[in-house]
Design a protein around this ligand. Structure first.
Ligand code: NAP
Length: 279
């Protein structure tokens, strides 16, 4: 392996420590702790694990977390009501709706029930538009986490060719926009892209955000390219064939231990941002 690993664990620790210090300062000046409400619908084991990790991290940094676990058969209307109530609850600074939600839920309607001032996961249309226009707002957490990783390793972006594989609203699209805002030349690839290999081979920076294990093959990577693997699939496997990609890339994120831990740290940092804005 020749690539340097982009160590999301260490970086996330640093961000959690600075967040804990901000929580202490906020508590001292406001007499309360920042509050994050997590809302989970259904019994998906992976979602339960993610929420548990987020709640544990809240405890570590001193954020008050309130957990709302709703039954699998919750309707959109019931979920919207919970999210609206939390949006108007002054003890709640941030709201996280764990997704994906069960199929009967209109996820768009649910996200839009979150007050944008509490949208610390960056899932509402308002947050997306703010990010796209470069206005103040909450970034989608995983894309923001990727930008922090790139900056921590001084990855040049201006003028660089970035290929984003995936175009979901929470990950692929926003990371492409954040890279564009930093003057990268961005290409989006997706399930209808023809000759994915040729696109990836042109890239100075590859961001894999697909959810297909090892889709991006090591031999596609341009020597010296930077590879960010946001994929997280069963068996702790990413979207990039890491072992072979690491022989060609200059920098690569490990899975696990790259993008994932940073995403949670960004969520908590944005919860403190929200608390500071709410006062
Ligand atoms: P998603 O909503 O399912 O989107 C997947 C995207 O990949 C879609 O745009 C899809 O294209 C594209 N795609 C699917 N098959 C493809 C193929 N064969 N070739 C090229 N593109 C293909 O997934 P997501 O929510 O963005 O998540 C993507 C991955 O990131 C998952 O592994 C997820 O677990 C992981 N993730 C990690 C974190 C973290 O904190 N680390 C956070 C969120 C997600 P179409 O649009 O054409 O269908």
């Amino acid at each position: 392996m020749t690539a340097t690993l982009m160590d999301g664990r260490t970086l996330s620790r640093q961000l959690l420590e600075s967040t804990a210090e901000r929580v202490t300062g906020f508590h001292r000046s406001h007499g309360r702790r920042p509050g994050l409400a997590t809302v989970l619908v259904g019994e998906d084991p992976a979602s339960h694990t993610y929420v548990r990790i987020k709640v544990n991290r809240c405890t570590e940094v001193g954020i008050d977390s309130r957990r709302f676990d709703l039954p699998t058969l919750t309707t959109t209307e019931q979920l919207v009501r919970v999210l609206r109530d939390l949006s108007s609850d002054s003890a709640v600074d941030g709201i996280l709706l764990q997704h994906p939600t069960p199929p009967q839920i209109d996820e768009h309607a649910a996200f839009e029930a979150i007050d944008p001032s509490k949208d610390v996961d960056g899932v509402t249309g308002t947050s997306f538009a703010a990010m796209a226009f470069g206005y103040r707002g909450f970034a989608s957490c995983t894309p923001a986490a990727i930008m922090r990783l790139l900056d921590a390793y001084d990855v040049p972006l201006s003028g660089q060719r970035a290929v984003v594989v995936g175009r979901s609203a929470i990950l692929g699209k926003p990371i492409g926009m954040l890279l564009l805002a930093r003057d990268a030349t961005v290409t989006y690839c997706h399930s209808r892209t023809t000759d994915l290999a040729a696109h990836v081979a042109e890239a100075d920076l590859v961001v894999a955000a697909v959810g297909v294990p090892h889709l991006v093959r090591g031999e596609w990577i341009k020597p010296g390219a930077v590879v960010v693997d946001a994929g997280y699939n069963a068996g702790n496997v990413g979207d990039v064939q890491a072992a072979t990609a690491a022989n060609r890339a200059s920098l690569i994120t490990p899975v696990p231990g790259g993008v994932g831990p940073m995403t949670i740290a960004v969520l908590l940092a944005q919860t403190v941002d929200a608390a500071e804005q709410h006062g």
